[in-house]
Design a protein around this ligand. Sequence first.
Ligand SMILES: Cc1cc2nc3c(=O)[nH]c(=O)nc-3n(C[C@H](O)[C@H](O)[C@H](O)COP(=O)(O)OP(=O)(O)OC[C@H]3O[C@@H](n4cnc5c(N)ncnc54)[C@H](O)[C@@H]3O)c2cc1C
Length: 409
Amino acid sequence: MATSERYDIVIVGGGMVGSMLAALMAHSQIRIAVIEATAPKPFEPDSHPDLRVSAFSPASQHMFRKVGAWPLIESMRICPYAHMRVWEEPENLVVRKLLSGHGNETHFRADEVGQTALGYIVENRVVQLALQQVLEQSSNIDLLMPEELSSLERKGEDVHLFLKSGNELIANLVVGADGAMSQVRKAINIGVRSFDYPQCALMALLQIDGPQQDVTWQRFTPTGPQSFLPLPDVDGKSYGAAVWYHNPDDIQQLQKLPLDEFQDRLVVTFPERLPTVQKVVAKGSFPLTRRHAHHYVKPGFALAGDAAHTIHPLAGQGVNIGMQDVAVLADQLLKAQDAKESLGSLKVLNVYEKKRIQENRKMICTMEFFYRAFSNDIAPAALIRTLGLGIADRTGPIKRQVIRYAMGL
Ligand SMILES: Cc1cc2nc3c(=O)[nH]c(=O)nc-3n(C[C@H](O)[C@H](O)[C@H](O)COP(=O)(O)OP(=O)(O)OC[C@H]3O[C@@H](n4cnc5c(N)ncnc54)[C@H](O)[C@@H]3O)c2cc1C
């Protein structure tokens, strides 16, 4: 029989961002429902790492600690990295000649800013499982999964959510944390400014020789970056992920190749510092679109994470800025609850939008600058940026500022 239940907040989407938002309000007086369409598969310690991984900044790690999810993540698996190397080998022969003898690489080190790690590579599923475990232990939160939003309607001060199961939820505030194609965002008519990059990303899970690595690197090429992410060892085997950015047609061709043929292409194309690849375990490709919602809030509604913005993943910041969104939103909602204010009121939600929309705009512009500055082979531009990478490596205070910004410190 269909039911109707009332909550203070319903979060649509129990991915990494939506689950973190609920976890930040666990054990509070706020009654919360999280609805998630797809239950993640349980963790199997002996299985190889997933293809979908993210680099989490120390700022995000701090949030995982705060909600009690970090020990759960560590008990499954993580891979800290202490070094990041970024360089360019210009294709332009004139530039190459001019630059011979000059350093063209920036080496970021965690110890330059007094830290042990620049970040942590974690499988998205591991994060989701850990956060959902936190939610299950909190009496003020119901995790409804698998459950899917069908439609919604605002009536007076309330929002009514109609679910695929036939059940209904009523809430003062609905948060859309339902990803890039957000149904909530569409239902409440918030538009987005978007741009499809003429690039896709192909991620390949590699079984590699040698022990677990602690260095991530990225080489810029005119057709797009090529990166390596270290992954945790499993059962005595070492893993890493290669990320290959290229135009959509070429990525489609690469995606169609059998794994052994793809491995040959990868090894000849990627830099020599790619660890020896024993085998390519899996691969998958992703289209890349920049999106930014015109607004993050409306009376009774807020958007967070990919529902509000998506950015080029070249610096691995997408989910980290989503985490910063929900840190601000949860703080605002907890304060509003203490002050007995309506959680869905614009007075409460506008503070969140104002704080986050500016910050996210800055990050989107920074990523855009890197994307545009590095995705061409115009000789003067190639010369300036390659010299820039070398100079950045020798300019202590600026370099430390960049590291601290990327770490979210
Ligand atoms: C190739 C690639 C590499 C990346 N690497 C990094 C990185 O290294 N570091 C980083 O910070 N970011 C990275 N990102 C970005 C990162 O993956 C996203 O920012 C992040 O997954 C967004 O999380 P989210 O919870 O907002 O959305 P999602 O992960 O999309 O989660 C949304 C959830 O909502 C659920 N949902 C959707 N609709 C409904 C509905 N109607 N009813 C119920 N549930 C629903 C979905 O099932 C899903 O679980 C990368 C992205 C790509 C494409």
